[in-house]
Write a protein that binds this ligand. Structure first.
Ligand code: FES
Length: 509
């Protein structure tokens, strides 16, 4: 933790630093279970909690540590206000489905609230209003249109030109009665409860494929098998695609979070602006003090400027708007957006209805992850769910957004070629400590990182997913793929899929 107003040298999420989590063993044999869950974030843990409560034998595996993925790096807003979205959903899906989306989010919020009450979870849960604000004339009229959508869908809110957070705004759209919490304090208790009910957890256990049958086998990187009746892929990017073509139907984006103390007391509320670059503000309770979380600078993974610049931009914004008395944490997160902005939740393909995916949360994982856990566990328990059809991954909606999406994915092809042709002149000898460069070794594009002890780590920059070239992320010291968002440590180990094999190491002379 930093004790100054300077940017902390290493990324660390407040959530993870403030809750000790138990360790679980690695899977070292083949096993059988009813339900195998891949991915220990909010979706996987909530599903495990729900299914073990009903007496099912559930096994959860995670490629790394529990709660160290997107959930561990979230902003943890429990809200149905997912940007300016309801007018678009009405135009695209119709009023009934737009209303269902809102209801699904509010049901998720209620589920979280009830679960907190049932287990008396002390997780800094707080009811807050959510605000979208703007200083741009273009968005003033969009907020007016969005307010009409709120009225049409009976969403309780208000359009005005002021809000409790004291920054200049032209227009503000409030959504009443949303919430925030400390996600790891909450999920830690769900893990305990599920373990009491028989959940088995294995960490450092990577799923690489599925042998699909009526009783699928998950294959792990260590060549063990998990034989089961149902698989839930709650690992962000599905590691098993089943010809569902998910890489062409989603794109990854990163965003950045800084956690600072300011001379001011936080006035309450959760805020996000309408325009770019994104600026979102909420508070968290850190030992009785307000920790201000300033979020934004979204960009497609592996693309854009030096990632440290994004933290600096947030620091500059926080300094200007609120003043910084202490810079405590910085971290970044990644999430996927689908073609129509609705998550994909349900069977991976129409024909493989016992292998589920839950992905494409568009950075709204607390509600969408809870919705997914409920939809999928209901399906396994043979119970109806009002929202199942809305999120089904096999849906297709012809929409202008699809054209835009196709354009965006076209740049995947561009990146595939560009990285390969790029000529690099960097001389590894000139590399400064804690920096990286891309060079050629025997004609192969090679990424080289030098640590503070001057040790060099060289990797072949060809992504193990579909062969794009990864780029250096200086903020997190990772190699990020611009095509579908795989991320690798500087040693080459996979941090985030869809890739499930490490980058090849390269020998330097
Ligand atoms: Fe798909 Fe890298 S993540 S090619």
């Amino acid at each position: 933790m930093s004790n100054s107003v300077n940017i902390p040298q290493f990324p660390q999420a407040y959530w993870r630093d403030s809750v000790p989590l138990p360790d679980f063993p690695k899977l070292n044999e083949s096993i059988k279970t009813d339900v195998a869950i891949v991915g220990g974030g909010i979706t996987g843990i909530t599903a495990a909690y729900l299914l073990t409560k009903q007496g099912l034998k559930v096994t959860l595996i995670d490629a790394g540590k529990l709660l160290n993925g997107v959930t561990g790096h979230t902003t943890a807003k429990i809200t149905a206000q997912h940007g300016i979205i309801y007018d678009e959903f009405i135009q695209h899906f119709g009023e009934e489905k737009a209303s269902l989306y809102y209801q699904a989010c509010m049901d998720a919020k209620q589920f979280i609230e009830e679960t907190i009450q049932t287990h008396q979870i002390d997780c800094d849960y707080r009811q807050e209003d959510a605000y979208i604000f703007t200083n741009s004339d273009e968005y003033v009229s969009q907020l007016e249109t969005e307010k009409k959508a709120y009225d049409q869908l009976n969403i309780s809110g208000e359009l005005s030109n002021s809000m409790p957070l004291d920054i200049p705004v032209k227009s503000v759209l409030k959504m009443d009665n949303q919430a925030q919490f400390h996600p790891l304090k909450y999920l830690n208790v769900l893990v305990d409860e599920a373990v009491k009910n028989g959940l088995e957890i294995y960490e450092q256990t990577t799923a690489v494929d599925i042998e699909y049958t009526k009783h699928p086998n998950i294959l792990t990187r260590d060549e063990h098998r998990i034989n089961c009746n149902y698989v839930i892929q709650a690992s962000h990017y599905p590691f098993y695609d089943g010809q569902g073509f998910y890489p062409t139907r989603m794109y990854p984006e990163r965003s950045y979070i800084i956690a600072v103390k300011t001379p001011e007391q936080f006035p309450g509320g959760m805020y996000i602006n309408a325009e770019s670059p994104t600026r979102s503000v909420r508070s968290a309770n850190m030992n009785g003090d307000d920790l201000w979380l300033i979020v934004g600078e979204n960009h497609k993974t592996g693309q854009g400027q030096s990632t440290m610049k994004h933290y600096e931009a947030l620091q500059e914004y926080a300094e200007k708007q609120f003043g910084i008395s202490e810079f405590v944490y910085r971290w970044s997160a990644q999430d996927l957006t689908t073609m129509d902005k609705l998550p994909y939740i349900g069977p991976v393909t129409k024909n493989e209805d016992n292998v589920f995916v839950a992905t494409g949360y568009r950075k709204w994982g607390m509600t969408n992850g809870t919705i997914a856990a409920k939809i999928i566990s209901n399906r396994i328990l043979d119970k109806d769910n009002l929202y199942g059809e809305l999120f089904t991954p096999s849906r297709f909606q012809a929409d202008p957004a699809v054209r835009k999406f196709t354009r965006m994915n076209a740049d995947v092809a561009k990146h595939m070629i560009k990285g390969k042709l790029e000529y690099t002149n960097d001389n590894v000898k000139d590399l400064k400590p804690d920096d990286a460069t891309v060079t050629r070794v025997n004609g192969k594009r090679t990424g080289v990182y030098k640590d503070n002890d001057h040790q060099l780590y060289a990797v072949d920059t060809t992504c193990k997913h579909l062969g794009c070239e990864v780029n250096w992320n200086s903020g997190d010291r990772t190699w990020d793929c611009p095509c579908h968002g795989s991320r690798y440590a500087y040693t080459g180990e996979v941090i985030e899929g869809p890739a499930n094999e490490p980058l090849n190491k390269v020998e330097l002379d």
